[in-house]
Design a protein around this ligand. Sequence first.
Ligand code: DGL
Length: 281
Amino acid sequence: MNAPIGIFDSGIGGLTVAHAIAQLLPNEQIIYFGDTAHLPYGDKSADAIQHYSAKITDFLLQRNCKIIVIACNTASSVAFRMLKNYLADKTPIINVIEPVVRAVVNSHFKHVGVIATKRTIQTNIYPATLNYLQPDLQISALATHAFVTLIEENVHKNKKVLDALIEHYLSNPDFDNIEALILGCTHYPIIKHDIERFFEQHRSNAKAPKIFDSIETVALRVKEVLTERNLLNTETSNTPPIHHFYVSDYTQAFEQTTETFFGQKIRLEHFPIWEMPILDN
Ligand code: DGL
């Protein structure tokens, strides 16, 4: 089916998910919405995030999206159920949490760690979902919000500062024996190798934990759902699809950071969703 994949996030971090989907499904057009006017979601109330997510989902449906991907852990944790009920199975919707949780459970670990924003950790969504599927799994969860700011400000490129922050958070004794670590935030895949290196250096006598980020598992899940529902774009074309990347607040700084998250600089289109007049048509 020649209709776009709709993806949204609180800002531009979800471009990591969009990129993984674009790599796996090069024939599919993407419409992305980053709610930069409300960034970050990680410290907003659940009510506010649900309200934003519903409006953005409407925007993507108006653009004829055949599937909705919530490319934000925070929005997934508080708005997925509500949006799923709202869509009533007419349009499939995928969150960034379930695919990675299933991948971890299928690996049969005994103790895993989760790092995410404050809001995601407060909702307890990762431990609750993991333990629902594997009740005996021990989970250590930690809010590591400063990583988000560090990456958005491009300061993660200063390895001294990044390594100090990784050390500050991940030398937490709760993580001493974890066999896997879930990166429960859209921004964290950017520093995945640095986190891996930290554990390799600090676990000279024991195996470093396996690091799970959600982006590849989510892209695979999108492909699976589109295939099951016969929604994949089967039309062949010599030109690649033209994606659209909308943001609710535009600044040049946002556009410059797209390279960090999407692997290349992309053009952001300003769509002031929160300032639209109420008209019936
Ligand atoms: N996209 C958010 C997440 O994955 C991180 C940024 C924010 O707090 O809005 O949790």
